[in-house]
Design a protein. Sequence first.
Length: 298
Amino acid sequence: MWLPCLHTRNCKHVICLDNFHTGRRANIEQLTSQPNFQVVEHDIVDPLDIAVDRIFNLACPASPIKYQSDPVRTLKTSIVGTLNLLELAQRTGARILQASTSEIYGDPIVHPQKESYWGNVNPIGPRSCYDEGKRAAETLCFDFHRQHQVDVRVVRIFNTYGPRMQPDDGRVVSAFIDQALRGVALTIFGEGHQTRSFCFVDDLVDGMVAMMNQDDYIGPLNLGNPQELSIRELAEKIIEFTGSSSGIIFKSLPADDPTRRRPDITLAREILGFAPKTPLSDGLAKTVPYFRGLLESS
Ligand code: UDP
């Protein structure tokens, strides 16, 4: 695929590349009328030639039910897709930021997780297509940097939430808000003792942009909000926040579900001055109305 050069280095022109496998056009509706925003339907598993000076690679479904529904495709997206984008960065001299993930730590034995921890990942389980794909993508980034001097940045993103998530994507914040608003029972997998640390999307985006714009550190760098809570606490918080009459039901815990997760963001603080500003209650106040709007219009 080839696209004409639509920008110069001084002009901010954004090309949004998506295969719309899990993304929705409605999510970018407010941007499509902007003259400097272009949408191209493309799957990065297929090579591409395009004039760019910055690449943010966020391609890959992130919800376990979505990435496990076609695991081979998930691996291809992270490995072949990232390879294609690194080759594009090599040809164009673009800087490329890879959205890696806390999943590369697997079910962590070290807590909280620092970037120096190598992780505890099952290479053959149902989550492996995502975890190992993202691990291999990191390896590709660092090898392209060492071997071809490609200007890479690698961030490891911890659980993130906010408006425009899909109510049926199976992830815990979207699932619980949707269930609470519909007045049906919230589905906790396992006993709900497992923990996660949730970062509001705007804080994450600030961190990603800051990482892209600095010249000193290529990564890997944790980005997330270290406010950790159990899934049971999250369920109770969402029920209370929405004023829902929903109860809670318990379902079996999926294989290899990480027991606990919390980012150590010391490095992000030092290098980027990164400090998530949005506590969970404020983030829910910005997210719940979006889900309410979806329900009202359905
Ligand atoms: N989870 C849950 N109920 C749901 C969806 C998820 O209890 O309806 C649990 C899931 O088992 C995991 C945690 O919530 O322990 C976070 O799940 P999610 O899929 O959002 O993120 P990930 O496991 O990839 O961190």
